[in-house]
Design a protein around this ligand. Sequence first.
Ligand code: NDP
Length: 292
Amino acid sequence: MTKLIDGRAIADKVYIDLRREVAELKAKGVTPGLAVILVGDNPASRAYVRSKDRMCRELGLHSMKLELPASTTQIDLLARVEELNRDSSIHGILVQSPPPAHIDEAAIVRALAPHKDVDGFHPENVARLVLEDPSGFVPCTPLGVQRLLLETGVEISGAHVVVLGRSMIVGKPLALLLMQKNKNGNATVTVVHSRSGNLAQTTRSADIVIAAIGRAEFLRADHIREGAVVVDVGINRVHDRLSERGYRLVGDVAFEEVSKKTSAITPVPGGVGPMTIAMLMANTVKAAKQSL
Ligand code: NDP
């Protein structure tokens, strides 16, 4: 029987520790503060920002939500970021992705103070991840995937991990994190992408397969070996006329058939998603601690 990895339950465990850390910080006169900037009115982005704000409040964090019109210019946005960089009540800043097309997202990320970049996208934090400097910020989804595996008791050290996808948000930082030379890493990591040959042969040799490609139900039973652990990062909308919303969410893994072969697997939703937000909260608390 495969074990279903419950991301919500593991995130709740993370929150128990975070509540204690927040109380300790408050006793020292510091309330961790997170500012989230949303430019435009993308409904999915709006929903993400709302849930980040709600979680901050639940944990007793100071939450600042800046909702700016889609017409906001690059210069205006940079000015807002500069303001938040200087604001001592704010320890973490993130600009919800994707911004409107006229915004140069990379330039905005570079303008963030690296010690407030709780998304871990600033070049300085990328470098710290490569250098294995624990004071840097690691992107939230990779951090969440690692935590899910550790909390489930999956042995990462010595395992062959195949990561599908090489984005700067998920695949690449995840590969770097899991190959780090420490007790939570030490994996042998292979990364595959859209130009990889023999993809199925590679994934079949993995102890742990992590799918982050954004292709609905791409990973099938014949992509994995019996007993593998599968983590599904993907979130894809597929048309469903029976659903009230007209769509349902599926991952990058064909859950029904793959789960028959795995020893452990994450569902979508309820797997990696809740961990991403938990790690954002954890990074914000870390930033507040570092400010002391
Ligand atoms: P990107 O589109 O930035 O990257 C996708 C990666 O997958 C690319 O490296 C691409 O290869 C690779 N890829 C695409 N098609 C194939 C294919 N057929 N075979 C092999 N590799 C392929 O996506 P993200 O990394 O931002 O996100 C990936 C998924 O994870 C999405 O579904 C997204 O919604 C989800 N996500 C979920 C989060 C969560 O909290 N659960 C957080 C972030 C993302 P190439 O580089 O060659 O183009």
